[in-house]
Design a protein around this ligand. Structure first.
Ligand SMILES: [Mn+2]
Length: 349
């Protein structure tokens, strides 16, 4: 797997470095984009529409260490819409993320292979049928993935519940008695019993899983009284870590880690970030997480726990504003890198 090199990212206009002999489609035997005959392989083709713009071999899924599942589902977003376009924006922006990572002093994208699945188009017959359809699809994808790292890209946060319940069932089948922990990075608790008449709302995503998994929510700052009551009633199954306590010290990191069991599902709602970092989301709340401290925490979580699967949800791309898309693409790259950090060097720069 060879990594692609420097690219230029200029507002909405994206200019791959066409002079780079290592860029995809630049005449190397194994670098022709899929479907392009050998005699045309040295034309200046765009980067493949895959995560990180990597050329996918014919046996891409079998050869993969991580699998991306785009689920552009949107129906219950309450304030601003547009999460339907999230997965596409993430994959698109990821093609221009620098492969070299100074945190590890290497090119992690060359140490593992990521397979990008096509997007799942869920039924529009209503939230209930759509979530049932997702559960069935997710079960089959997770089964096919076996121990590959499955990262789902949303879409709105309601898609997390079927995925979490599927992973809770998989854990229970392989390790009877083990309870899954959910690490939720989010401005919102999503613990409403139902919202706007449906129990399948993005605002109820975690209420759906509380009786099957412990939920540790980090970065909260837009929470209702009812949700605080639901958390108290859930006892040890629900841990709330407020955004304002995260500003005071890093003690919250240990508190969050201590509340997580050995097997963790990570659900990352991008409204966790301060809107100065990610304004492109349906329900932006001031006072959220920032980049480096969040990465430090995530690296610890992946080092100290078995992260069985993850999702990134609620990116609603803003036309003409590529920075949030780029941030979330880089976040996805970081998550996969942290998952495989054991394979990488000592991190010497
Ligand atoms: Mn949220």
């Amino acid at each position: 797997m060879s990594a692609r090199r420097a690219t230029v990212f200029q507002g909405d206009v994206i200019v791959p470095n066409r002079m780079d002999p290592e860029a995809a489609g630049r005449g190397q035997e194994d670098q022709a984009p899929r479907g392009v005959p050998g005699v045309l392989r040295d034309l200046p083709w765009e980067l493949p529409r895959t995560f990180l713009g990597m050329v996918e071999p014919a046996d891409s899924f079998e050869a993969s260490d991580a699998v991306l599942l785009p689920v552009p589902y949107e129906s219950t977003t309450s304030f601003g819409g547009g999460t339907r376009r999230g997965p596409d924006a993430i994959v698109h922006a990821s093609r221009y993320v620098e492969i070299y990572d100074q945190e590890f002093g290497c090119e992690p994208g060359a140490a593992y292979h990521v397979h990008t699945l096509p997007a799942l188009e869920l039924t529009r017959a209503g939230a209930g049928p759509a979530m049932a359809e997702l559960r069935e699809a997710y079960d089959r994808v997770a089964e096919a993935c076996a121990d590959r790292f499955l990262l789902m890209l949303g879409g709105e946060h309601s898609i997390s519940s079927p995925a979490i319940l599927a992973q809770a069932d998989r854990l229970a089948a392989s390790a009877p008695g083990e309870r899954l922990s959910v690490l939720q990075l989010d401005a919102h608790a999503d613990l409403r019993a139902e919202y706007e008449g449906t129990p399948h709302s993005h605002a109820s995503a975690m209420a759906r899983v509380l009786d099957r998994a412990d939920v540790v929510a980090v970065g909260l700052r837009g929470v209702s009284r009812e949700e605080v009551d639901a958390s108290v009633a859930a006892g040890g199954a629900s841990t709330l870590i407020w955004a304002d306590e995260m500003w005071e010290s890093d003690a919250w990191m240990d508190r969050a880690l201590a509340a997580l069991g050995p097997n963790v599902y990570l659900t990352f709602d991008v409204d966790y970030f301060d809107p100065s970092f990610v304004p492109s989301t349906g329900t932006p709340e001031p006072g959220g997480g920032e980049w480096y401290r969040t990465l430090r925490f995530l690296r610890k979580v992946f080092a100290e726990r078995n992260v069985v699967a993850a999702d990134i949800v609620e990116l609603a791309p803003t036309p003409g504003l590529p920075a949030p898309d780029f941030l979330v693409a880089k976040l996805a790259y970081k998550l996969i890198t942290y998952r495989f950090q054991d394979r990488l060097g000592s991190g010497v720069r």
